[in-house]
Design a protein around this ligand. Structure first.
Ligand SMILES: Nc1nc2c(c(=O)[nH]1)N[C@H]1C(S)=C(S)[C@@H](COP(=O)(O)O)O[C@H]1N2
Ligand SMILES: [Mo]
Length: 325
C-alpha cells in the first residue's frame, strides 16, 4: 500500500471527525453559507469582472433557466441549494469544503477551451462561441463523492457528445483527457509542489459518448458559481465525484489512457475507472452507504450510483480492469 503517499486529509469526514462535532460544524457552515448564497444569486452571480473590478453580466445569462430534460429523474429529493453552496471539493482553492469565497477569485470570462489531439477539427473555442453552438438543458443528477457523501442537483449544460461531434474524433482516438486551468495567482494551492497540477481527468471515448456524460455550465438554474467549476465542468454521475473535473480549459483525444490527478497521488486508492460500487470498499473505508447532504441521512449506495441501466454495457468484457476504484 502506498498509503503514505496519500494525504491524510483525504478521508471520509466521518473518519476524520466525530460525527457530533462534524454536525455542529455543518450547521455553522450552513448559517454562513446562507448569507453568501444570497449575495451570489443576483443577476451578476457568475459574472466576470471588468478591469476596474465592476461586475459585467454573463453573456449566457439569457439561456437560464434551461428546459428540464425529463429523461433524467431522481429517486430522492433535490438537495437544497444552501446545503451545497459552500460545501465543495476544489483543491485548487484549499483542502476544506468551505472554499466558495476563495474560489470567487476565478473569473469565468475571458475563457477558452482548446480541443485537440486525434480529432478532424482541432479548435480553440471562446467559451461563448462554444455555448452558442449547443443546446442547453437541465438534468437532475445524483452525485456520489468517493468520500461517501452525496447530493442530488439540477445541472444545466449539454451532452459531452455534442462537443465531440463539433471536433470529429478520429478512428484511432480511444480516450478523452480533460485539464483544469493552471493559475497559481488565482488558485493558491497550485503553488504546492506535492500535487500534480493541473488537475487532470480522463475516460474512454465510449464513456464520453454515453448520453449521461454531461458538460455542465450551470446549477440551480443559473450559471455555475465559481466553486462548482465555472464556466465549464463535467458531471459523470455513475462515477465517483473526482471524475467530474471542474473549470476545464483543455480536452484532448488520445490513444493513451490518461493518468488522472488522484491516481497520480494515490494509485492504490484512486483509479482510472472509479465507477461507483457499494460492494468494493475504498482501502480505508466502506463504500456501502453514503451520507446525504442537508439531511445527514445515511442511505445505501447503488451500483453505478443507480445508473447501471444506462452504463453497465460500457464495461462488458472489461472484468479484469479495476473498474470500481
Ligand atoms: N479541478 C478540480 N475538479 C474537481 C475537484 C478538484 O479538486 N479540482 N474535486 C472533485 C471532487 S473530489 C468532487 S466530489 C467534485 C465536487 O463537486 P462539487 O464541489 O460541485 O460538489 O468535483 C470534482 N472535480
Ligand atoms: Mo469527491
Amino acid at each position: 500500500m502506498l498509503i503514505k503517499n496519500v494525504p491524510s486529509w483525504h478521508l471520509p469526514e466521518r473518519a476524520a471527525t466525530p460525527e457530533a462535532i462534524y454536525l455542529n460544524r455543518r450547521s455553522l457552515i450552513g448559517a454562513l453559507a446562507a448569507g453568501s448564497a444570497l449575495a451570489a444569486s443576483g443577476p451578476f452571480a457568475a459574472a466576470a469582472r471588468a478591469e476596474d473590478g465592476q461586475a459585467v453580466p454573463d453573456p449566457s445569462l439569457g439561456r437560464y433557466p434551461a428546459t428540464r430534460n425529463d429523461a433524467y429523474l431522481l429517486d430522492r429529493p433535490v438537495t437544497p441549494k444552501d446545503a451545497v453552496w459552500d460545501y465543495n471539493n476544489f483543491y485548487e482553492f484549499g483542502t476544506s469544503k468551505s472554499i466558495s469565497r476563495r474560489a470567487a477569485a476565478l473569473q469565468p470570462r475571458p475563457w477558452t477551451v482548446t480541443v485537440d489531439g486525434l480529432v478532424d477539427r482541432p479548435t480553440r473555442f471562446e467559451i461563448d462561441d462554444l455555448f452558442a453552438k449547443v443546446q442547453f438543458e437541465e438534468r437532475l443528477y445524483r452525485h456520489r463523492c468517493v468520500e461517501a457523501w452525496s447530493m442530488a442537483v439540477p445541472w444545466t449544460g449539454f451532452p459531452l457528445k455534442a462537443l465531440l461531434d463539433l471536433v470529429g474524433p478520429q478512428a484511432d482516438a480511444r480516450y478523452v483527457r480533460f485539464e483544469t486551468f493552471m493559475d497559481p495567482a488565482v488558485a493558491p494551492l497550485q503553488e504546492q509542489p506535492f500535487y500534480p497540477w493541473p488537475y487532470v481527468e480522463g475516460m474512454t471515448l465510449a464513456e464520453a459518448a454515453n448520453d449521461l456524460a454531461f458538460l455542465v455550465t450551470g446549477i440551480y438554474g443559473q450559471p455555475l458559481a465559481a466553486q462548482f467549476g465555472t464556466p465549464l465542468r463535467l458531471a459523470l454521475p455513475w462515477k465517483y465525484g473526482f471524475k467530474s473535473i471542474k473549470s476545464i480549459v483543455k480536452v484532448t483525444l488520445t490513444d493513451e489512457r490518461p493518468v488522472n490527478f488522484w491516481q497520480a497521488i494515490g494509485p492504490s486508492e484512486y483509479g482510472f475507472w472509479a465507477n461507483v460500487n457499494p460492494n468494493v470498499d475504498h482501502p480505508r473505508w466502506s463504500q456501502a452507504s453514503e451520507r446525504v447532504l442537508a439531511t445527514g441521512e445515511r442511505v445505501p449506495t447503488l451500483l453505478f450510483n443507480g445508473y447501471a441501466e444506462a452504463v453497465a454495457d460500457l464495461y462488458k468484457g472489461l472484468g479484469a480492469e479495476p473498474l470500481y476504484m
